[in-house]
Structures are given as C-alpha cells and as structure tokens.
Ligand binder design. Structure first.
Ligand code: HEC
Ligand code: HEC
Ligand code: HEC
Ligand code: HEC
Ligand code: HEC
Length: 190
C-alpha cells in the first residue's frame, strides 16, 4: 500500500502527539508516585488529610482555646495509646458551647446529636502502624519528646494530617540509634 504525503504527515503528527500525551501522563501520574515511594519529603506533598465525619479542628481547641493535648488524649503520658476522646469528654464543654457561627453550630450540633443518640463518632485514623508493630506513647513522653516532635504543629491544623516525619521503620530505628534506645527487632515487633 502506498501512502500519500498527507497521510504520512498525519501519521507522524498523530503519533508524535500520542507519545507526547503518553509522556505527559507518565510525568504527571507515574513519576511523582515512584519518587514518593522512595522519599518521604515528596510523599507528604501528596498525602491528603482524610475527610472526618465531624469538622473538628485542632486550631480551635488546642490553638485558640489552648486546651492541653493531654486533656483530650489522656493515655499519651501513661499508656501505649494516646487515645481519641469520647463524646462525654466533648460534652464537658459542648453542653454549654454551641458555636458562634452557623458553620460551627452545624458541626457542634452533630456532636450533641451523636452523644444523645449514643452513636460513637467514626473518626478516620491518620497515624496508624501495621498490627505487627508495637508503639508506646508513654515511653517516648517519659524520654522527653513532645507531641510535635512526631505529629508536627497540631495546634495550627484545621484538618489533621501527617506532616512531621514518616514514622516508617527507618525513621523509628534512626531515632532509637541517636538516643541509645533499643533497636532489637523484638522491641517493636510482636
Ligand atoms: C474545654 C472545652 C472544649 C472541649 C472539651 C471540646 N470543645 Fe469543641 N469547641 C470549644 C470551643 C471554645 C469552640 C469554639 C466555639 C466557637 O468559636 O464558636 C469549639 C468548637 C467546636 C467545633 C466547631 C468547629 C471547630 O473546631 O472550630 C466542633 C465541631 C467541636 N468543637 C467539636 C468538639 C469535639 C468532637 C470535642 C470532643 C472530642 C470537643 N469539641 C471538645 C471547646 C471545647
Ligand atoms: C478537645 C479535644 C482535643 C484536644 C485538646 C486535642 N485533640 Fe487531638 N484529636 C481530637 C480528636 C476528636 C481527634 C480525631 C479527629 C481528628 O483527627 O481531627 C484527634 C486526633 C489527633 C491526632 C490524630 C490521631 C490519628 O491517628 O488519627 C493526633 C496526632 C492528635 N490529635 C494530636 C493532638 C495534639 C498534639 C494536641 C495538642 C497540641 C491535641 N491533639 C489536642 C481531640 C483533641
Ligand atoms: C515518638 C513519636 C511520637 C510522639 C512523641 C507522640 N506520638 Fe502520637 N503517635 C505516634 C505513632 C507512631 C502513632 C501510631 C500508633 C499506632 O498506630 O499504634 C501515634 C498515634 C497517636 C494518636 C492516635 C490514637 C492512638 O492512641 O494511637 C494520637 C491521638 C496521638 N498519637 C497523640 C499524641 C499526643 C497528644 C502526643 C504528645 C503527648 C503524642 N501523640 C506524641 C508517634 C508519636
Ligand atoms: C524522636 C525519637 C524517636 C522516634 C521517632 C521513635 N522512638 Fe521509640 N523510643 C525512643 C527512645 C529515646 C526510647 C527509649 C525510652 C526509654 O528509655 O524507655 C524509645 C522507646 C521505644 C519503645 C520501648 C517502649 C518500652 O516498652 O519501654 C518502643 C516499643 C518504641 N520506642 C517503638 C517505636 C516505634 C515503633 C517508632 C516508630 C513508629 C518509634 N519508637 C519512634 C525514641 C524514638
Ligand atoms: C524502633 C522500632 C523498630 C525496630 C527496632 C524494628 N522495626 Fe521493623 N518495622 C517498624 C515499623 C514502624 C514498621 C512498619 C512501617 C514500615 O513498613 O516501615 C516495620 C516494618 C517491618 C517489616 C515489614 C515491612 C513491610 O514492607 O511490610 C519487617 C519485615 C520488619 N519491620 C522487620 C524488622 C526486623 C527484622 C528488625 C530487627 C532487625 C526490625 N524490623 C526492627 C519498626 C521497627
């Protein structure tokens, strides 16, 4: 089959455009993921804060109202888990505080309704290690670390997200080495 000049041009231009698009798609979709897999600093740019069932903000509570972290996360200096507060703890204030703006009233209403209907709020976890890993908050607080060393400037966050560090195995072990803390496998693995 003989192809005319026009047909060749069409094929070359079309093919060129096709591979340009493929190349672009590769750059936009694939490269960041591969780089993110190997680099935490890139990964965190792509890590989204999850949508929570109630628009609770740390900036209001830990920032503006200066409520201490331990008032809500009561296990952090005594137990393995820091724990997420129960609705009873929220109602300590929200029996009286109903919100100054319409947006806040709507979200606080959800807290009060959930409490009255005894429906626990299904918060989406942001920091979660695999089940085979053991982590103990108490030991780290006792060693002198602060919440922000691992969780970042929480008191400025409107939505909770992981920014400060990767908390991957290399990160844990690296800090343990620096501080002469144990690094044998059985310390962190069941
Ligand atoms: C020590 C008091 C106190 C406690 C405890 C408390 N809150 Fe609040 N909350 C406030 C204050 C103060 C505001 C700001 C109200 C305003 O500006 O209108 C607020 C605002 C809110 C808002 C509106 C959005 C925002 O964050 O600004 C939501 C939603 C909310 N609280 C949920 C909760 C939940 C859920 C809990 C329990 C985990 C809780 N609160 C515990 C004092 C408290
Ligand atoms: C008024 C109660 C309250 C106070 C005060 C508070 N928190 Fe929270 N915290 C919550 C609630 C409710 C959640 C779950 C919703 C969310 O992730 O935003 C949460 C979630 C978190 C999480 C994410 C847990 C996970 O894995 O999903 C971290 C980390 C955290 N808080 C740290 C802090 C630190 C650090 C402070 C002090 C600077 C603080 N919180 C103060 C109520 C509180
Ligand atoms: C050495 C790093 C480190 C420090 C310091 C630290 N955390 Fe955590 N935090 C973690 C890790 C890792 C997880 C995930 C634990 C898991 O999945 O078992 C976590 C999980 C949490 C959670 C989710 C619920 C839970 O009980 O696991 C909350 C809330 C939290 N941290 C709050 C705090 C607060 C408040 C402080 C300061 C008093 C603090 N953390 C200090 C590393 C740290
Ligand atoms: C910022 C530094 C730092 C980071 C990050 C860190 N650790 Fe630690 N961790 C320590 C130090 C220091 C100790 C020793 C505390 C002591 O002397 O009891 C410790 C102790 C522990 C212990 C022993 C608790 C016990 O029973 O006494 C476990 C388990 C542990 N870390 C797990 C982890 C895991 C898992 C991670 C990562 C998700 C992690 N750590 C991240 C500094 C860190
Ligand atoms: C200071 C805590 C700590 C110590 C010590 C530690 N690990 Fe881990 N390890 C973790 C954490 C956190 C994870 C989960 C996060 C991740 O995959 O990086 C993990 C994950 C793993 C995984 C699963 C990796 C995957 O891709 O799912 C294996 C296998 C493992 N560790 C083996 C070991 C062995 C073998 C040792 C001893 C030489 C060891 N770990 C010591 C914290 C630790």
């Amino acid at each position: 089959m003989r192809l005319g000049k026009r047909a060749w041009i069409a094929i070359l231009v079309g093919g060129g455009l096709g591979s340009t698009l493929l190349g672009l798609a590769f750059l936009v979709l694939v490269v960041p993921r591969v780089v993110a897999h190997y680099s935490w600093s890139v990964e965190r740019l792509f890590r989204q804060a999850p949508q929570q069932p109630i628009a609770f903000t740390h900036a209001t509570h830990a920032g503006d109202a200066q409520i201490p972290c331990l008032f809500c996360h009561r296990g952090a200096d005594t137990e393995a888990a820091a724990t997420i507060p129960s609705l009873e703890q929220c109602m300590f204030c929200h029996r009286f505080i109903v919100g100054t703006t319409e947006a806040k009233q709507a979200e606080i209403r959800k807290v009060i309704d959930a409490f009255n209907n005894q429906e626990p709020v299904q918060w989406v976890r942001v920091f979660r290690l695999p089940d085979h890993v053991r982590f103990v908050h108490e030991a780290h607080i006792r060693a002198g670390f602060t919440c922000s060393d691992c969780h970042g400037a929480v008191e400025t966050m409107t939505t909770m997200r992981q920014v400060q560090r990767s908390l991957k195995m290399g990160d844990c072990v690296g800090c343990h080495r620096q501080n002469n803390a144990p690094t044998d496998c059985a310390i962190c693995h069941y």
